[in-house]
Design a binder for this molecule. Structure first.
Ligand code: C2E
Ligand code: CA
Ligand code: CA
Ligand code: CA
Length: 280
């Protein structure tokens, strides 16, 4: 673990040297943003393909910058990753999401489950992910079944043994685990059966042309098949058209998210959609 730490430090400084002044400015103000809780959580509904109803949401970070307005995660997540602030940021988000779930529960809103994105840095042995998740669950008192953690294939492959042990500890706590952007990493499929996970998320790049590109269609069907034969749920990302929705429904995909149903929404708007019972 020590050697690994030294290597990542080298990467980290090398990367910083080639960064733009915009990067440096963001890095400086990200510290302040975390102190002032400027990172907000938006919720993108997850929808059952069978019923067309909301079954949950993915929590997505938005930086409400006092001068620059809303900054998207593609801009600041890489900054957070390279400065190590991603750990604090994710912890804030995890806490806010669980607090919000408790509020929704007190309002009698059935929000299903909420998925939170994690970074590879959480899966380094010294970063206490298990303890952090256990603490958040204990302090907010929410049922762990309502929380899902998303991680990419790349994260799993960086430290296979350790990650498998950590994921199975997380599952023992009762939280669910999903592999994000499935199919875009270069994970070995043979490992998949050993990973204690509950769901695969098909990346948007395979969904985009699924109704026109034979190869994309084949890949989606293979992922759905693979997931189901391993007793995992499948979620399609980035569904934008009725045709994509129908294709996925016809082929037994379980859930989807995408602009067809809704963009990521501020808390109050997501809550309103839930209470209105919006469905497709
Ligand atoms: P992701 O985890 O793959 O999240 C899905 C992204 O696809 C989101 O972008 C979402 O807004 C977008 N999306 C959803 N439906 C559609 C659609 O129909 N069409 C199109 N074109 N896009 C769609 P977003 O919110 O900009 O987030 C980008 C990435 O930033 C996320 O990709 C995730 O990797 C990262 N990210 C966001 N929030 C967090 C966070 O709290 N923690 C960490 N570690 N990463 C985060
Ligand atoms: Ca995700
Ligand atoms: Ca994704
Ligand atoms: Ca993606």
């Amino acid at each position: 673990a020590k050697t690994h730490g030294r290597n990542s430090y080298k990467l980290y400084t090398a990367d910083l040297n080639v960064q733009s002044s915009e990067f440096m400015a963001l890095a400086n103000s990200l510290h302040r943003a975390l102190d002032r809780h400027e990172i907000r959580v938006f919720y993108q509904p997850l929808v059952s393909l069978q019923t067309g109803k909301i079954v949950g949401a993915e929590a997505l970070a938005r930086w409400q910058h006092p001068d620059l307005g809303i900054i998207m995660p593609n801009k600041f997540i890489p900054v957070a990753e390279q400065t190590g602030l991603i750990l604090r940021l994710s912890e804030q988000i995890l806490f806010e999401v669980c607090e919000q779930m408790r509020i929704w529960e007190s309002m009698g809103l059935d929000y299903g489950w909420i998925a939170v994105n994690l970074s590879g840095q959480h899966f380094q042995p010294d970063n206490n992910l298990l303890e952090i998740v256990a603490k958040v669950l204990k302090e907010t008192g929410i049922d762990p079944l309502h929380l899902e953690l998303e991680l990419t294939e790349g994260i799993i492959m960086q430290n296979v043994e350790f990650t498998i042990a950590l994921l199975s500890d997380l599952q023992d706590l009762g939280v669910k685990v999903a592999i994000d952007d499935f199919g875009t990493g270069y994970s070995s499929l043979s490992y998949l059966k050993h990973f204690p996970v509950n769901a695969l998320k098909i990346d948007r790049c395979f969904i985009q042309d699924v109704t026109s590109d034979r190869h994309d269609a084949t890949i989606c069907l293979a992922i759905i098949d693979l997931a189901h034969s391993l007793a995992l749920e499948v979620i399609a990302e980035g569904v934008e058209t009725q045709e994509q929705f129908q294709f996925l429904k016809d082929h037994g995909c379980d859930h989807m998210q995408g602009y067809l149903f809704s963009q990521p929404l501020p808390t109050a708007e997501f809550a309103k959609m839930l209470s209105d019972g919006k469905s497709l």
